[in-house]
Design a protein around this ligand. Structure first.
Ligand code: MG
Length: 382
């Protein structure tokens, strides 16, 4: 199955790995978008010759237009450019690899055009999951997860005709670089330590989220929305080896799991080719050289971000958008060396205390909640 892709966020970790999959598997690339990374965007255009390239930043777009003057690729900028890339007629599949709530509007645009969404932007479902899933149902857009845990669950659910047969989803967590530390030790960790994930090579934002375990909290909410599951039917288990990517337990007690090497090319590729499987660039897993597989309980009290996310999963409404907005702001502040590691959950908790929750929110309510949460986080630092 050959696909024609529009890749939103082609300069990030998922975007670059998507292009690797496209190259090996022979998918066409119709559009790429970056924020400011013009050098990389130019190289990608020269290799894949998309019809459209977008740099969201205006100055970067001007630069990119000059660099690509000798090509047939059209260059656009800003939000309009992103929306055009998301709804480009010749693309049948949109890979949403933009980080954060910034991916929400373009994802909705692609959904309204009935595209297949290879969903790598979990914040979209965390903030506006019910809205996104109902819009997809209306337009017939298929949403196939790229997140390794959700891809694993998606794979385990193939052939399951009756969702009532599913007892529980079991999401695995690597535990991040600080697993087993207490609060005193966590208060001393540095940015450099937090940016070193033991198993996965990823972008900075998700690597910090993995260290605080906020990533697992966001994934818990993402799974609720994707699979219409109540929180009591989702379990998180710490699995330090990152070999079992997640599991599904059925009513008869059978548990299906998906195993593989820690390589995002596989879930990316499956999101493109589903329901088919093809050869691709992912490293095969050699069971005989695997360490013993272990499973343990997570600690949402020490890793407070996880605890807060689980509370928001129960609460619903705009609480998950507040959680996400405050976390995006706090992680940016941490990466700028303006706050310490344990200030991340403190700022998120403060925003959750301050910003009122709206039930059954509209898209505007969600953006308002996101904005107010960021403001609350910034105010706390000022
Ligand atoms: Mg994941």
């Amino acid at each position: 199955m050959k696909r024609t892709l529009s890749i939103l966020g082609s300069s990030g970790s998922i975007g670059q790995q998507t292009l690797k999959v496209a190259e090996v598997c022979g998918h066409e690339v119709a559009a790429i978008t970056v924020n400011k990374s013009v050098e990389l965007a130019e190289a990608q255009v020269r290799q894949f010759a998309p019809r459209l390239a977008v740099a969201v930043d205006e100055n970067a777009a001007t630069d990119l237009r000059v660099r690509l003057a000798d090509t047939d690729t059209k260059v656009l900028s800003g939000q309009e450019g992103l929306l055009e890339a998301a709804s480009l007629p010749e693309a049948d599949t949109v890979v949403t690899a933009i980080v954060g709530v910034a991916g929400l509007r373009p994802t909705l645009a692609a959904i309204d055009c009935g595209k297949r969404i290879a969903l790598a932007n979990k914040e979209t479902l965390v903030c506006a999951g019910e809205l996104v899933m109902s819009r997809a149902q209306e337009s017939g857009a298929e949403i196939v997860p790229v997140d390794s845990e959700h891809s694993a669950i998606f794979q385990c659910l193939q052939g399951c005709k009756n969702r009532g047969e599913v007892r529980r989803l079991i999401i695995t967590a690597s535990g991040g670089p600080f697993y087993g530390m207490d609060c005193k030790e966590l208060s001393l960790v540095t940015k450099e330590q937090a940016l070193k994930h033991p198993n996965w090579a990823m972008g900075a934002k998700i690597t910090i989220d993995s260290a605080t375990l906020m990533n697992k909290g966001l994934e818990f909410i993402e799974a609720m929305r994707l699979y219409a599951m109540p929180p009591e039917r989702i379990q998180i288990v710490v699995h330090r080896e990152s070999i079992v990517h997640s599991l599904v337990e059925f009513e008869d007690g059978a548990i299906l799991a998906q195993l593989g090497s820690a390589d995002m090319c596989l879930p990316i590729q499956y999101a493109l080719t589903w329901p088919e499987r093809t050869t691709g660039p992912a490293k095969p897993l050699d069971l005989l050289s695997c360490p013993p597989l272990t499973f343990q309980k997570p600690d949402p009290d020490t890793f407070r971000c996880l605890g807060l996310a689980l509370e928001c999963a129960e609460r619903g409404g705009t609480s998950t958008a507040i959680l996400n907005g405050a976390n995006e702001a706090a992680v940016a502040l941490f990466l700028e060396d303006k706050i310490g590691f344990l200030d991340i959950p403190r700022l998120v908790e403060r925003a959750l205390d301050q910003v009122p929750v709206v039930d059954r929110p509209t898209l505007e309510d969600i953006f308002d909640a996101d904005h107010a949460a960021r403001e609350a986080a910034h105010q706390a630092v000022r």
